[in-house]
Design a binder for this molecule. Structure first.
Ligand code: ZN
Ligand code: ZN
Length: 247
């Protein structure tokens, strides 16, 4: 197995420990074809990259054009409303290479109504099964609306910390040609969701390291073993060459 590309890595621009250059060098050392810097959108509490800093990050990434490993300007955007709004800054949208989206527990939602769902309902869901179902439906709706409204490439760590109807999400992604992420950092937390998605749809998958340190980049062995253990057809994982040995 040889990893071809790692689309989801972090740097010091958010909360990880390497620089953009460190991540690129690590990816080159692994002979990856591409590595994505996918920092958290600005509405992520504490670690999101502020709106005003994105153009500078874009410049920094563009300065490495023409290298053997392509450096991609990606974003891990947050879904911030039930309607599927995301926190992709408007002036950045035209410049990104790939749009990754996902649900995270600690974000600044759009509008009062969404504050209620993201925090009030979430709190109530700890107490009542009915509210838990409501929240599950709300998060599922938010993600599906997002996939249908935006040119999404990848939905990251489906089901991680916030339960969703993975079969419905996978069906929507398959329809739209959106990939689901097998996130090597959170394999246990997403196992049930990935398994359901694989069994109930034809959705394709990408493996990601979600690296918080350059040494984690392109380290997909655990994810490959995980995918094999779930019986996922290897052809459905698009960023791994299963024939070739890791260099
Ligand atoms: Zn994430
Ligand atoms: Zn991430």
């Amino acid at each position: 197995m040889r990893p071809l590309a790692d689309y989801h890595t972090h740097t010091r621009w958010s909360h990880a420990s390497g620089s953009v250059e460190d991540n690129l060098r690590a990816a080159e050392a692994m002979s990856l074809e591409a590595v994505g810097i996918a920092e958290h959108g600005p509405n992520m509490l504490f670690i999101g990259v502020a709106r005003r800093r994105w153009p500078r990050l874009a410049e920094k990434i563009a300065a490495h054009n023409g290298r053997a490993t392509r450096l991609l300007f990606n974003i891990e955007a947050n879904v911030i409303s039930l309607e599927g709004d995301i926190d992709l800054p408007a002036d950045v949208a035209a410049h990104i290479d790939m749009l990754l989206v996902g649900l995270h527990p600690h974000v600044i939602p759009k509008g009062l109504e969404n504050w209620w769902t993201y925090y009030g309902l979430r709190w109530l869901s700890l107490l009542s099964r009915r509210q838990r179902h409501k929240l599950y439906d709300a998060y599922t709706e938010a993600l599906i609306n997002c996939v249908e409204r935006h040119p999404v490439d990848i939905v990251v760590h489906p089901g991680y910390r916030l339960p969703i109807d993975s079969a419905a999400l996978a069906a929507a992604c398959a329809r739209r040609g959106v990939r689901l992420e097998i996130n090597c950092r959170h394999l246990d937390a997403i196992a049930a969701d990935i398994s359901i998605a694989a069994r109930t749809s034809q959705v394709e998958f990408v493996l990601s390291s979600d690296a918080h340190h350059p040494r984690e980049i392109g380290r997909f062995q655990s994810g490959c073993t995980f995918a094999d253990s779930l019986g996922i057809d290897r052809a459905r994982i698009i960023n791994v060459d299963w024939q070739e040995k890791q260099r």
